[in-house]
Design a binder for this molecule. Structure first.
Ligand code: UDP
Length: 234
């Protein structure tokens, strides 16, 4: 089957790697995600991943701590996840590079846009760690920023829910799922699918976002082939 999207920015939250435990890394889940990414690469897709850190630490939930320091800790948490993903992807036989927004040359390349694009063109999977490198931002915003920089066709936001709903489907059984939305809907109605900074960056730069569930990791393959899943925001 032909690919609908060639260059994809895949956003994985930290929680997506943790599974039921919601903390730390579940090795089996990482393996399954990496197997699906391998299928996408075999189909000819270029995959860049932004990974969150919420399975270890979130700056905004750090109570009385100095926010900048707490966010530094959060960015370091994303690097742990980036390395776990790199390991899982390499185990699938993929060529992988990790680039971090804060230089830590002993364990990863620094983020350099031209090199990032070159890696993708060569069929390497790219994992971005450290978010944007700045406190007060999120890895959702990082996804919008990196997607714009590398000229990705779309952002895949793989979550624990199978799309965007009008209200929390865990709390309200009558919640209705949207198949499509505009960024103005997301911003105007403050739908909590992504933070407002990320949504406005995507809107301003014309980057669509497909939100879908990672409960079945092969959804990543279905999404890249353009099958009807999740909620498409554009
Ligand atoms: N973070 C940051 N700047 C960034 C991206 C992330 O300071 O550009 C920090 C922030 O503390 C955040 C944490 O890293 O809470 C983990 O990222 P995020 O909350 O987006 O992870 P997710 O919820 O997707 O797992």
């Amino acid at each position: 089957m032909a690919l609908l999207y060639r260059r994809v920015l895949l956003k994985l939250s930290g929680e997506a790697l943790a599974g039921e435990k919601k903390m730390g890394i579940d090795h089996e889940i990482v393996v399954n995600i990496c197997k699906s990414i391998k299928k996408c690469v075999d189909l000819g897709a270029e995959i860049a991943i932004v990974v969150g850190g919420g399975n270890f630490w979130r700056g905004r939930q750090s109570g009385d701590m100095d926010r900048t320091r707490a966010d530094h800790m959060g960015m370091l948490a994303t690097v742990i996840n980036a390395l776990a993903l790199a390991d899982g992807l390499e185990a699938q036989g993929l060529d992988v590079r990790v680039q971090t927004a804060i230089a830590m040359q002993a364990i990863a390349e620094p983020y350099i846009r031209a090199r990032a694009v070159r890696h993708l063109e060569k069929g390497r999977v790219l994992v971005f760690g450290c978010g944007t490198g700045n406190p007060f931002f999120s890895t959702d915003t990082t996804s919008s920023l990196r997607a714009a920089e590398i000229e990705a066709d779309i952002i895949f936001k793989a979550t624990m829910v199978d799309g965007v709903y009008d209200k929390d489907p865990h709390k309200f059984p009558d919640a209705v799922k949207y198949d499509t939305l505009t960024f103005s809907d997301v911003l105007g109605r403050q739908l909590g699918v992504m933070d407002m900074t990320a949504a406005s960056m995507c809107r301003d730069n014309g980057i669509p976002v497909l939100v879908f569930s990672l409960q079945s990791p092969d959804n990543i393959v279905d999404a890249i082939e353009g099958k009807q899943i999740g909620t498409l925001i554009q």
